[in-house]
Write a protein that binds this ligand. Structure first.
Ligand code: SF4
Length: 291
């Protein structure tokens, strides 16, 4: 069988925000061996990493623990609402805030725009925890705020937006430029003053641009990472428009795509911001066995 050309993306795997969060939480545990450490929600969307943290005594919880032991509650990279920060303190727990600095910037920008009287449009997924936190932070200073992923979701507010005149936009850090652009175009057509803060984080932009380029150069793209991870799913959406794409969570799934892999001469591999390096390496090693 002719040898395949396999390329791994330069920006595949942990972004700096995730790296910082995983390292910081492990350091926190080693500095506080006797304290209970909780992470509110998954630190990253990866069951292997969550399992390793659990084994080190760092517990992932869905609700704020009501415990009498003194403990520390970690805020993950997505950030949290001001109400949740308060509730953690009320539960007698210390807060350890690992909100990614790039997410913090979006929260600060959203707050600034609302304070300055802009009608705020948050471009993102309403139910995504990062978006929930951005919105809740901004809502402390005003109520003219909507979340939308496309123009259809904004149209019901068109009259209000036109009357308001000043419109500000911030974007969920892991969104695609192709989601932001049509929203900007539509809002430009109905506003007198539009302030656009493109808050897609640099790490996401670099990764998405590289994936796009790789999709043009390869017969097959393999995107590795959790199906729950917004940024990983977006990578697969981007490459799928250009070339055959498979989105897998682990090397074990490669078997399902044996025929597709066999047919492909040039294969590109990329991975989401929460995909550990070891998973990417496993995929690479298993590819030679499957193909
Ligand atoms: S994807 Fe961007 S915003 Fe999210 S944790 Fe990574 S660096 Fe931070």
């Amino acid at each position: 069988m002719p040898k395949k050309e396999i390329t791994i993306a330069k920006y595949a795997g942990f972004c700096y925000g995730v790296k910082r969060a995983v390292e910081s939480v492990n350091k926190l545990k080693s500095q506080n061996p006797d304290k209970k450490i909780y992470i509110l929600g998954e630190l990253i969307h990866n069951s292997q990493v969550i399992g390793e943290l659990e084994n080190s005594g760092i517990h992932t919880v869905e609700e704020i623990p009501q415990t009498n032991d003194c403990g520390i509650c970690v805020i993950r990279t997505h950030g949290q609402t001001p109400q949740t920060f308060k509730a953690i303190e009320n539960a007698g727990l210390e807060v350890f805030d690992l909100t990614c600095p790039d997410v913090k910037k979006v929260q600060q920008k959203a707050v600034k725009l609302v304070k300055e009287g802009y009608y705020l449009v948050i471009v993102g997924k309403e139910e995504h925890p990062e978006v929930t936190a951005i919105k809740a932070n901004a809502q402390q200073f005003g109520s003219n705020i909507i979340v939308a992923e496309n123009t259809e979701q904004i149209k019901p507010y068109e009259k209000e937006l036109k009357e308001h005149k000043k419109i500000g936009i911030v974007v969920q850090t892991t969104q695609m430029l192709s989601t932001l652009n049509p929203v900007v175009e539509y809002l430009t057509s109905i506003s007198k003053e539009l302030h656009i803060a493109n808050t897609i984080c640099p790490s996401t932009s670099l990764r998405q641009n590289e994936a796009l380029q790789m999709a043009k150069e390869n017969d097959l793209m393999i995107v590795v990472g959790s199906k729950n991870s917004a940024n990983t799913t977006h990578l697969a959406q981007i490459t799928n428009k250009i070339t055959t794409t498979i989105h897998i969570e682990s090397a074990a799934e490669l078997d399902l795509y044996k025929d597709t892999i066999e047919k492909s001469k040039k294969i590109g591999i990329t991975a989401g911001a929460s995909t550990p390096q070891s998973l990417i390496e496993n995929v690479l090693n298993c590819l030679s066995e499957v193909a």
